[in-house]
Design a protein around this ligand. Structure first.
Ligand SMILES: Nc1ncnc2c1ncn2[C@@H]1O[C@H](COP(=O)(O)OP(=O)(O)OP(=O)(O)O)[C@@H](O)[C@H]1O
Ligand SMILES: [Mg+2]
Length: 234
């Protein structure tokens, strides 16, 4: 059975994005480096639709994907962030949206994309929050309507980023990575077990996902001072 620690509502409501609040900080610079690495990871076939996932819960998928969406938008790209974690969605907390309508509405009732897209408050960044939580997320995420939605989004946006549940827990991220141009695996320092990370890579590979790389989240700054200085500030 699907089970994850219940989200702390207050904690979720206070989610902040460093790339939005402090674009010149060294951490924001790290997100820009990740953006550049994604761009360089595939020269011949541009990466437009990107899934961000991790092996288990609370490794930083949602925080990472939201910050990546902001740095892409800051670059002047037209960006769409989709919350496809239909089990424990958080994008609406991050961007302070009501989430009355969202992805699940498009997938269940064939709502038009324009009706569920919200402004994020960041220039160039639109958001589709999860919408009401459906009883059968894997089934609707694997539906033809999901594919149709992403095809439509490809016409409207330069970059589409998708937040997902953990890949070792449910199949949703595998399903989505199959239709994406690339997938990114978030690994949380001192939390993610190496065996779990390997299992996640195998799961993505079995879904024929193109794994663009991994992001090491939450690395202890004191042990990586040089790394931070190396990238410096703008
Ligand atoms: N690098 C970090 N530094 C500080 N806090 C972090 C960091 N990464 C994640 N967190 C915190 O850890 C919690 C989980 O992060 P997040 O929601 O991004 O993870 P997730 O992988 O999306 O979780 P879930 O599996 O529940 O969807 C959040 O409270 C977030 O603010
Ligand atoms: Mg999340």
């Amino acid at each position: 059975m699907f089970r994850r620690k219940r989200g702390n509502r207050r904690q979720n409501q206070g989610r902040h994005l460093i790339t939005q609040l402090n674009p010149r900080s060294p951490i924001s610079e790290q997100y820009r480096t990740i953006r550049t690495n994604i761009e360089f990871s595939s020269i011949d076939e541009p990466i437009q639709l990107i899934v961000v996932t991790s092996s288990g819960p609370s490794e930083g998928k949602s925080l990472t994907v939201a910050n990546l969406a902001v740095v892409y938008a800051q670059q002047g790209k037209k960006v769409l962030l989709i919350d496809a974690d239909l089990r424990k969605p958080t994008v609406h907390y991050t961007f302070r949206l009501d989430n009355l309508r969202g992805l699940s509405n498009i997938l269940v009732q064939e709502t038009r994309i324009e009706e569920v897209v919200s402004k994020s408050g960041v220039d160039n960044l639109d958001v589709i929050s999860s919408g009401p939580i459906p009883p059968n997320p894997s089934e609707i995420l694997g539906s033809r309507r999901m594919k149709k939605l992403t095809d439509q989004a490809r016409e409207m946006y330069d970059v589409i980023l998708i937040d997902t549940p953990p890949v070792n827990v449910v199949t949703d991220a595998q399903i989505l990575s199959n239709i994406a141009d690339g997938s990114i695996l978030v690994i949380r320092s001192e939390k993610t077990e190496i065996e779990d990370a390997k299992k996640a890579v195998e799961a993505l590979e079995s879904a024929k996902a193109k794994i663009l790389g991994t992001i090491l989240n939450d690395l202890d700054k004191s042990s990586s001072t040089n790394y931070y200085y190396y990238y410096g500030q703008n």
